[in-house]
Design a protein around this ligand. Structure first.
Ligand SMILES: Cc1cc2nc3c(=O)[nH]c(=O)nc-3n(C[C@H](O)[C@H](O)[C@H](O)COP(=O)(O)O)c2cc1C
Length: 354
């Protein structure tokens, strides 16, 4: 019996299998609103058989967008536009999730296919961060967040979570990874504050945990909250795995249900030793040491590899990005490779029977 295709339950939500479509920015929104592209892109991956389909990073405020074409969930019109998408995902037997995000000092850039560079003072907007330190040369210096900003951003995350529920999402994932705002608070490379929100580990954890608490309180208790973290900055003196384990324990205590273990993004010059399954040991360590469910992520492309991650107890779910861009039907093919009998969309049944 394949573990990859064994149903998995968190709170009151049952996933038909352990395959998660990782959030992937599409830079195809208009004023934060989803377009036909999102319905087809996310819908195809639900048709393709994934258990959970998570949207790209959805900004909780306009200034929290990476680019002007990011998805947003800071108003009701955006939530309403997402409703047909969650309905469609559900109708295919998948669970719909949304990643809630604020880019902090990495906001205000061009889409990657336009070069991905900072927009600059004329076309961009004022960015917020724990400390007034630019991400990299060419980026504007962010404004150091005041107490009022901290209050506002945690309310924005909570309101976005409530809106996500109204839009039909059954999972929210808080984005604490890849050098975006909440990761900026965690990492000593970006957080130079000397008040209660920076300094030692306990103080650097405070704001991300406050946001987690606010999101958990705003999202119904029968639905799971995921958190994506960067388990290491890959830089000496930066954020690392032991600190991640402390964070994972604290997130578990706040009622978060699953941590997706990513890495990097805090600074532009980290040397990342990427290779097949390279971040899986982080998922495994947090699962073991913090007693929280985890998702393995990073260069997972092969059904046997995915199955082995679960069979050896390294993680509870397998999160995939680029391979699912190459092939939205990967789950259906993987089921065949692993000898699991899964339901195909009725419209496609003749392809299954072959
Ligand atoms: C086109 C693209 C967009 C991405 N956008 C996001 C995003 O919105 N949020 C996020 O947390 N990660 C994002 N990522 C990172 C992926 O979710 C994933 O962590 C990464 O690609 C590694 O997984 P993979 O080896 O299976 O591709 C993106 C990756 C790609 C390729």
């Amino acid at each position: 019996m394949s573990l990859l295709f064994a149903p998995f339950k968190l709170r009151e939500v049952t996933f038909r299998n352990r395959i998660v479509v990782s959030p992937m920015c599409q830079y195809s929104s208009v004023e934060g609103m989803a377009t036909d592209w999102h319905l087809v892109h996310l819908g195809s991956r639900a048709v393709g058989g994934a258990g959970l389909v998570i949207t790209e990073a959805a900004a909780v405020s306009p200034e929290g967008r990476i680019s002007a074409a990011d998805l947003g969930i800071w108003n009701e019109a955006q939530a309403e536009r997402l409703r047909p998408i969650t309905d469609f995902i559900k109708a295919q037997g998948a669970v719909a999730g949304i990643q809630l995000a604020h880019a902090g000092r990495k906001a205000a850039t061009e889409a990657p296919w336009r070069g991905g560079q900072p927009l600059g003072p004329e076309r961009g907007w004022l960015t917020l961060a724990p400390s007034a330190i630019a991400f990299a040369p060419g980026y504007e210096c962010p404004r150091e967040m005041t107490e009022a900003d901290l209050d506002q951003v945690s309310v924005q995350f909570a309101e976005a979570a409530a809106r996500a529920c109204r839009a039909g999402f059954e999972v929210v994932e808080i984005h604490m990874a890849h050098g975006y705002l909440l990761h900026q608070f965690l990492s000593p490379l970006a957080n130079h504050r000397r008040d209660g929100w920076g300094g030692d580990l306990e103080h650097r954890l405070r704001f991300p945990l406050r946001v987690a608490r606010a999101v958990r309180a705003a999202f119904p208790s029968h639905l799971p909250v995921f958190v994506r973290i960067s388990a290491t900055d890959w830089v000496e003196g930066g954020w690392d795995l032991p600190q991640s384990i402390r964070l994972a324990r604290a997130l578990e205590a706040e009622g978060c249900d699953l941590i997706v273990a990513s890495s990097g993004g805090a600074v532009p010059d980290a040397r990342i030793p990427a290779g097949p399954g390279f971040q899986t040991p982080f998922a495994s360590a947090m699962r073991q040491e913090a007693g929280i469910k985890t998702g393995a992520l990073g260069l997972i492309t092969d059904p046997a590899q995915a199955e082995q991650i679960l069979a050896t107890g390294l993680a509870d779910m397998v999160v995939m990005a680029r391979e699912l861009l190459r092939d939205p039907y990967w789950p259906l093919r993987a089921a065949r490779a692993l000898g699991a009998d899964v339901q195909w969309p009725v419209q496609y049944q003749r392809a299954k029977l072959g």
